[in-house]
Design a protein. Structure first.
Ligand SMILES: *Cc1c(COP(=O)(O)O)cnc(C)c1O
Length: 230
């Protein structure tokens, strides 16, 4: 049941935060609803979930269309999947936070469309910490990208995101999460303001919280296995 599953996740999130000497309120749950039906998202809203993460712009567009009335104004939609420049226009209209900015070109495109839409777009920069080729994200050029984003008038940089390789034992993922926090700390010493760390998924969110996550992206542990794993 959705309610039981979500309650269990919140409890584990709180415990992980407290283990690390953090306040549970510092960590927000992004319920990942890719492939999850509108009816089930409605159910999730009914039990009090407020932040939803989608991977694909087109899929999100169709679903978010069901939640546009003022009664849903407190719901946040986050883009957690890779964004192509030619979809920036729609992403800006749909999402409160884009987790996956990984190039200056993309950031520029987002700013351009945000200006047209009359909004300031909140973004995170996706950082690649492993050598896996399939993963998007910036590596060596992080600081120049942060600088470039800060120079854009209609984009607001809020933090960093990472997606480490899938490792069976979540403890093995810890060094990646720690690395992202250390990068953030280093960037803050250089004057950047990066309050958000988006890291941790169903099987490793507790370790991520212990290492400083402020946004955990959880799908399977709330909604069950996706049929078409993506
Ligand atoms: C699918 C996805 C998640 C959620 O994964 P689960 O293992 O189902 O919790 C988190 N982050 C990103 C970027 C995803 O694509």
């Amino acid at each position: 049941m959705l309610l039981e599953a979500a309650a269990a996740i919140y409890k584990r999130m709180s415990h992980a935060a407290m283990r690390a000497g953090r306040s549970p309120e510092e960590v927000r749950l992004v319920a990942v609803t890719k492939t999850v039906a509108v009816r089930e998202i409605q159910e999730a809203i009914d039990i009090g979930l407020r932040i939803f993460g989608e991977s694909r712009v087109q899929e999100a567009k169709e679903k978010i269309a069901h939640f546009l009335t003022p009664s849903y104004s407190r719901i946040e939609w986050h883009l957690i999947g890779h964004l192509q420049k030619n979809k920036a226009k729609y992403a800006v209209r749909l999402f409160d936070l884009i987790h996956t900015v990984d190039s200056a070109d993309l950031a520029h495109e987002i700013s351009r469309h945000a200006e047209k839409a009359g909004k300031i777009q909140d973004v995170l920069v996706q950082v690649k910490l492993s050598e896996e080729e399939t993963k998007h994200g910036v590596k060596e050029d992080l600081f120049p990208l942060l600088q470039g984003i800060n120079a854009l008038p209609y984009v607001r940089l809020k933090g960093l995101m990472t997606m480490p390789p899938f490792l069976d034992n979540p403890e093995e993922t810890r060094p990646y999460f720690r690395k992202l926090r250390e990068l953030r700390d280093k960037a803050e010493e250089s004057g950047f303001i990066l309050p958000e760390l988006s890291m941790g998924m169903s099987h490793d969110f507790e370790v991520a919280i212990e290492e400083g996550a402020t946004l955990v992206r959880i799908g399977t542990a709330i909604f069950g296995e996706r049929s078409d794993r993506q």
